[in-house]
Design a protein around this ligand. Structure first.
Ligand SMILES: Nc1ncnc2c1ncn2[C@@H]1O[C@H](COP(=O)(O)OP(=O)(O)OP(=O)(O)O)[C@@H](O)[C@H]1O
Ligand SMILES: [Mg+2]
Length: 162
């Protein structure tokens, strides 16, 4: 995964991370993929919660660690995966990712673990810890034409939220 990023944003509370996620939710369309990268407790699920709320998902959004994939219906269908426990790439292939990705927008926590099984078009969202307990840095990287073509739109959307 790239160490450089297209957009870097600092947040100082879960609500700020969620506001950025909500802004991104405002520009996604069916078939979009976001890969969420970051250590335990970085805020990948918190990000997904903000994202889903913005799409009017009313169901509670929880970590799908034990189920691997959750599916939420809002203004768009949201597939929420957590592949932390995946042990082999074959398991990722068993998830029928291609079908999932065709049907809704997809967020994959720990998705960097299964990058070879993922399509080249995606937005990487890397969340790292900052100085204070509630400080985070979000680094967004567009990979592939689908997201790079929307970089200006993405910058404007998250810039307005930050
Ligand atoms: N700026 C922030 N952005 C996001 N979460 C924050 C922030 N500050 C504090 N938090 C807290 O950090 C925790 C993030 O937990 P979350 O479950 O979202 O992490 P995760 O990356 O999904 O972890 P896991 O790898 O275990 O799934 C939450 O308790 C959240 O309230
Ligand atoms: Mg999580």
């Amino acid at each position: 995964m790239n160490s450089s990023s297209d957009v870097r944003l600092s947040t100082a509370a879960p609500s700020e991370t969620q506001a950025i996620a909500a802004a991104i939710a405002g520009i996604v369309t069916d078939g979009d993929l976001m890969v969420l990268v970051g250590d335990l407790g970085a805020g990948k699920t918190a990000f997904t919660q903000g994202f889903c709320a913005a799409l009017d998902v009313t169901e509670p959004v929880t970590s799908p660690t034990f189920t691997l994939a959750n599916r939420y219906e809002g203004r768009l269908t949201v597939n929420h995966l957590d592949v932390y426990r995946i042990e082999a790439l074959e398991e990722a292939r068993d998830l029928a990712l291609t079908e999932l990705l065709d049907d809704g927008v997809t967020l994959i926590e720990w998705g960097d673990v299964i990058l070879p099984a993922l399509p080249d078009d995606r937005l990487d969202v890397r969340i790292t810890f900052g100085e204070g307990d509630d400080d985070r840095v979000l680094a967004l990287t567009a990979v592939g034409a689908r997201w790079t073509a929307r970089l200006d739109e993405l910058r404007a959307a998250v810039g307005a939220a930050a």
